[in-house]
Design a binder for this molecule. Structure first.
Ligand code: ADP
Length: 313
């Protein structure tokens, strides 16, 4: 069963902005799919079309087999959307916002109340249910939008930059919760430019740039394509010249920080053995670039170098 099929999706806005130029995307039921891309790539437009907030200029969209042109209400009932912009009625209470959404989807009152409690509890907002939404912090408003999106228990949850402006600690607990509902069967599509978020959560990734998909593959495949990793080592003692190491590129960032790039043929044990031979002791190490970030830059470079062809691996 497919959760979402997008075929040759086009969008040109009234002012002539071309936002989508033939997007194709298939998301299987149960998947956790990332839609990545820089600002202006067309992510929000694509989601807007799938959720019928934006009219398409061409192409087809099916949600769990329901075509949005012929079967819009059925398609809509399958989707829960957490938009990028805070679009809550800020004067309404937290509880009412979720209850009203349940009413909008036709849930009987009792069930609506049960679900409202369930999802406000899950989003750690139940204690604040009587407060007006305007009194919530930015992160709480975002969690309220998630509770609101879940109240009709959609089969497909779409989140547009869900953790933008959310504290690290809350972000982690949101990630845990999203993993949990995905494991329980909800298909999730997430747009983000937080690549760490995509890497941590998603099993598939589609990368969109200038209104077209330039990569669409399982996350593992995408990560495996990345050959070169860059580490920054903190050194115990200062050094003045970067050591020459066999199989590794080195660059001294400052006297106590050494950048090392390694290819797939070499491992970190070899690196440390060589450093020990040079009497360089390492206190700690971190990955410099997020690997997806690197991939993304490479795909865009390849596309620019070869505009007619598809992105090279
Ligand atoms: P993303 O979500 O990836 O940042 P968007 O879908 O918001 O990208 O935007 C894609 C392109 O469409 C951009 O060039 C943007 O300026 C344009 N765009 C988005 N919304 C509108 C609109 N309402 N009117 C005109 N152009 C728009």
């Amino acid at each position: 069963m497919t959760a979402l099929v997008i075929k040759n999706l086009m969008k040109t806005y009234a002012n002539g902005n071309v936002a989508l130029q033939g997007v194709d995307l298939v998301v299987e039921a149960g998947d956790f799919h990332a839609l990545l891309g820089p600002n202006g790539a067309g992510k929000t437009t694509a989601i807007g079309i799938v959720t019928s907030l934006v009219n398409k200029s061409g192409g087809d969209v099916e949600v769990f087999g329901h075509n949005i042109d012929t079967d819009l209400e059925a398609a809509k009932s399958c989707i829960g959307l957490v938009p990028q912009e805070i679009n809550l009625n800020l004067w309404d209470s937290v509880q009412n916002i979720v209850l009203n959404q349940a009413g909008y989807y036709g849930l009987p009152r009792r069930l609506a109340q049960q679900r409202t409690e369930k999802y406000l509890q899950a989003m750690r907002l139940w204690d604040r249910r009587k407060q007006a939404a305007r009194s919530l912090s930015g992160g709480m408003k975002r969690r309220l939008m998630i509770a609101r999106a879940l109240v009709h228990e959609p089969k497909l949850l779409i989140l547009d930059e869900p953790t933008a402006g959310v504290d690290i600690e809350i972000r982690r607990s949101m990630w845990d919760y999203l993993r949990e509902i995905n494991a329980a069967g909800t298909t999730i599509i997430l747009t983000t430019h937080n690549l760490e978020e995509a890497e941590s959560l998603c099993r598939h990734v589609a990368i969109i740039d200038e209104g077209a998909i330039i990569e669409d593959a399982p996350m593992k495949t995408v990560l495996r394509k990345l050959q070169r990793e860059v580490f920054v080592l903190s050194l115990e003692e200062p050094i003045t010249v970067a050591p020459t190491l066999d199989g590794f590129e080195t660059k001294l960032l400052d006297s106590l920080e050494l950048e090392v790039a390694k290819g797939p043929a070499h491992n970190l044990n070899e690196l440390f053995a060589q450093l020990a031979r040079c009497n360089i002791r390492v206190l700690s190490l971190r990955n410099k670039a997020n690997r997806l970030e690197e991939l993304f830059l490479r795909l865009v470079e390849n596309k620019d170098a070869n505009p007619q062809g598809t992105a090279a691996p």
